[in-house]
Design a protein around this ligand. Structure first.
Ligand SMILES: C[S@@+](CC[C@H](N)C(=O)[O-])C[C@H]1O[C@@H](n2cnc3c(N)ncnc32)[C@H](O)[C@@H]1O
Length: 193
């Protein structure tokens, strides 16, 4: 089983999750998977879900695919492309149960902010692809990004802000690194209904 999906080679046709995974288990999507820590841990802890990791960087994508193959995990697929394009072209409406976004690039300079993952057109797509009872999570260490992103998320979803506590295990490499450094972490969970 090849866990890698490269839309440049295979096209941007909408994915059919039951035929992709060979089952109709719930689908969890992660945007910007980095080195794949969340994907790997979740695939092991929750074998009853299917995971899709969307990662723009080819270097990280290859790293993730190698990890999945070595671990022999059957319930992850990794897509190497920009998440907005993947969401809008490849993910069918009301097909996803959870969307996870951990430490997206903050693009701190004013002229770069339009590249941020938390923006109206992406949130519209997230709302479209989530099932009616679907939910999501966005986590960052970047206070200014959070202060802009959280109200946007609250416009699209029912949402709840929270701060991860010392008993919450870090979910990704960036979270582990930043918590070790004692940086504050900002989190918001959201629900479609
Ligand atoms: C700061 S890293 C965080 C990685 C991981 N989520 C973590 O918390 O350890 C941001 C990741 O998002 C990826 N990324 C940035 N823009 C993206 C986009 N438009 N679509 C998909 N992935 C993207 C980057 O390549 C990078 O791997």
């Amino acid at each position: 089983m090849n866990p890698s999906i490269d839309p440049r080679a295979t096209g941007f046709d909408p994915l059919d999750f039951p035929s992709l995974f060979g089952n109709d288990h719930p689908v969890v999507v992660e945007i910007g998977s980095g080195k794949g820590r969340f994907l790997m841990a979740t695939a092991r802890e929750r074998p009853e879900v299917n995971l899709i990791g969307i990662e723009k960087s080819l270097h990280y994508h290859r790293f993730i695919v190698d990890r999945i193959a070595r671990a022999g995990l059957e319930n992850i697929r990794a897509i190497n492309h920009d998440a907005f394009a993947v969401l809008s072209k490849m993910i069918p409406a009301a097909s996803v149960d959870e969307i996870h976004i951990y430490f997206p690039d903050p693009w701190p300079r004013p002229r770069e902010r339009k590249r941020r993952m938390i923006r109206d057109e992406v949130l519209e797509e997230i709302r479209r692809v989530l099932r009616p009872d679907g939910c999501g999570i966005y986590v960052t260490d970047h206070e200014e990004y959070f202060d802009k992103a959280a109200p946007l998320i609250e416009q699209f979803f029912r949402a709840e802000r929270r701060t991860p506590g010392p008993d919450d295990p870090p979910r990704t490499n960036y979270e582990a690194k930043y918590r070790e450094q004692g940086r504050p972490i900002y989190e918001i969970r959201f629900w479609k209904s």
